[in-house]
Design a protein around this ligand. Structure first.
Ligand code: TRP
Length: 386
């Protein structure tokens, strides 16, 4: 199977989060009445296949997003961006959110926020998201979305917030001396991001699963506590669409991250791409083999070339044989530069019109606001016009 075939068959796999499988899980603790609640979810299928989506793309609404903290890199592209474009092209309704408020969870100042936000939109458009079909917006520009945070916060316990493993991890890596309240509560804000437009599918990486669980818990508890007069529910229970595309490592074999200088940005030029890949950590064995556990450096490079060439990493390894890391890196550099050339040309063209990027955000915010206003009105009605 080629890398792309593997991706096509495995990328679109919806995961139910632990709440569904594990009735004794943390989010089963706080019920609307304060006692333990059953959390079995009879309706949601555990796995959503690409075929399901293609069969009925109009039945789904997808929301996903990124923090505007810097340029997107190849890991973002193969991990999620490519998949978003595929979903859009299948006719699934897409919402893509720039999570600007989330930037100030782990730092005091949102550095160059407007620039990062516009560049994120630039990366989206270059990758193939189409603002005519996908709603691209910043959540700070949607007041009713943010107002949902208040009722939602009343549905989760402080103990639950403090148990969230992703928040714990971010706190451990935070540059701040003290943990601020937004850091502590942002998964609930993220629930508002997802639920304001009643999205049912959220393409995210593994690290975001605890947040999806919060969104599902908030939806369930809200529906239980505040049903419509006819008993129907206000919110769907969103599911994660887990990318099973193997995770790309950074050139230092750690998590790929622009701030660690171990990643190639989508918009990097060919020389910079070559420089970063040449600096990647490999090993002394001249024979090139695909062995992700035993040889993460070599295998990460092979995987990157494989994704770009749409071939199996093992085949590329065999072709290189005893060529060693130098040949491997030359092939990776050529593959990346060739694959991303059209995207980069598009990106450079789009970058000359900053006004257009701002216009995309304005139009997206307008659409998102109309939906958020409707949802907030519905929420206030079932809550007794609070
Ligand atoms: N927390 C996500 C991240 O750090 C970004 C994000 C914000 C998000 N709101 C979202 C992702 C809603 C999916 C759905 O990458």
């Amino acid at each position: 199977m080629t890398a792309a075939e593997r991706a096509a068959t495995t990328r679109i796999t919806a995961a139910r989060t632990t709440t569904d499988r594990d009735t004794a899980g943390p989010s089963a603790v706080l019920s609307a009445e304060g006692s333990a609640e059953p959390s079995a979810e009879p309706s949601a299928a555990p796995v959503l296949t690409a075929a399901d989506l293609i069969a009925d793309p109009g039945a789904h609404r997808v929301l996903t997003g990124d923090r505007p903290t810097g340029p997107l890199h190849l890991g973002h592209y193969f991990g999620t961006l490519q998949n978003r474009v595929r979903l859009q092209d299948q006719g699934v309704e897409m919402f893509v959110l720039v999570a600007d408020y989330q930037v100030i969870t782990d730092r005091d100042l949102a550095d160059r926020l407007a620039e990062h936000t516009e560049n994120l939109v630039l990366d989206y458009l270059a990758a193939g998201l189409d603002p005519e079909r996908a709603t691209i917006f910043a959540h700070s520009a949607v007041p009713a979305l943010n107002q949902l945070l208040l009722p939602f916060l009343s549905l989760v316990s402080v103990a639950e917030l403090s148990r969230n493993p992703t928040v714990k991890d971010e706190i451990a890596h935070s540059s701040q001396a003290a943990v601020n309240g937004l850091m502590f509560t942002y998964p609930v804000h993220q629930a508002a991001d997802i639920l304001f437009c009643k999205a049912d599918l959220v393409p995210v990486g593994q690290d975001q699963l605890p947040h999806l669980e919060v969104a599902r818990t908030v939806a369930r508890r809200f529906n239980e506590r505040y049903p419509h007069a006819d008993g129907s529910a206000v919110f769907p229970r969103p599911r994660a669409l887990i990318s099973e595309a193997p995770m790309l490592l950074g050139t230092d074999c750690g998590k790929m991250s622009k701030s660690r200088g171990n990643a190639v940005a989508l918009g990097a030029d060919e020389d910079e791409t070559a420089r970063i890949i040449r600096g990647a950590r490999t090993d002394a064995d001249r024979r090139i083999t695909y062995d992700p556990t035993g040889r993460p450096g070599v295998s990460g490079l092979l995987l990157l070339a494989a994704l770009c060439q749409d071939r199996a990493p093992e085949t590329i390894a065999e072709e290189i044989g005893d060529g060693g890391a130098a040949v491997l890196k030359r092939i990776v550099i050529e593959s990346v530069n060739e694959y991303f050339r059209p995207l980069r040309v598009r990106r450079a063209e789009l970058a000359t019109d900053r006004g257009h990027l701002r216009q995309v955000l304005r139009a997206g915010a307008e659409r998102a606001n109309a939906i958020a206003d409707t949802t907030l009105a519905e929420v206030r009605e079932v809550m007794g016009a609070i």
